[in-house]
Design a protein around this ligand. Structure first.
Ligand code: GRF
Length: 207
């Protein structure tokens, strides 16, 4: 049984997609053992509470330094004794020591087709603003392993989404979430939970 902790910062629609997939059997061999947010007002915490999943806020505002927050975040994660950490709209930079402690056991959902529209400053609506500004006709989402870089780890799954004439950033974000994020994040967790993934020289392949 894969024990998973989900880290969130906002509305938690990706968390909800994961919870629904566990309930429906689309994700097997998996238990969501905890939800952690840096934002006490994140509706994602409410979603966890409604499912009876232990949930906690670790806010940078509660600590005198970033180093103390980083240690508190790692200590909180460690308490759950998770096999996999899932960043689902988590807007905090993962500290190096946490990446070390959970090497190849952290995955992230990014709302573009990496390596396009990713890296520092590309998060939330900013991604879709850039997509529309460039005029690309296809965008999408990517699930990848987290390494020391920003959106640079081995790519696990991607799903393309058409950009429609006249799209606003919000309309495009919603379509990317509905058609891509909410599908490939649960699928990636299920693949990992059932040992269907190997990584060789930074390239993910399915068994
Ligand atoms: C959204 O911008 C989504 O594209 C990205 O994280 C943000 C919040 O998602 N992955 P969620 O509703 O909190 O899952």
């Amino acid at each position: 049984m894969l024990k998973v902790v989900v880290l969130v910062s906002g509305g938690g629609t990706n968390l909800q997609a994961i919870l629904d997939a566990v309930d429906s059997g689309a994700i097997t061999n998996t238990e969501i053992v905890g939800v952690i947010s840096n934002n006490k007002n994140a509706y994602a915490l409410q979603r966890a509470e409604e499912k009876g999943i232990p949930n906690v806020c670790v806010s940078p505002k509660a600590f005198a330094s970033r180093a103390e927050f980083n240690q508190a975040l790692l200590d909180t994660v460690d308490q759950f004794q998770a096999d996999l950490l899932v960043l689902a709209g988590f807007l905090v930079v993962i500290p190096e020591m946490m990446i070390e402690a959970y090497r190849n056991r952290i995955i992230n959902i990014h709302p573009s087709l990496i390596p396009s529209f990713c890296g520092k400053g590309f998060y939330g609506l900013k991604v879709h603003d850039a997509v529309l500004a460039r005029g690309v006709k296809v965008t999408g989402a990517t699930v990848h392993f987290v390494d020391a870089g920003t959106d640079t780890g081995p790519i696990i799954l991607q799903k393309a989404v058409k950009v429609k004439d006249g799209d606003t950033s919000k309309e495009l974000q919603r379509r990317v979430m509905e058609k891509a994020e909410w599908k490939i994040l649960p699928e990636a967790i299920n693949l990992i939970a059932n040992d269907k993934i190997t990584v060789t020289d930074g390239i993910v392949s399915l068994k």
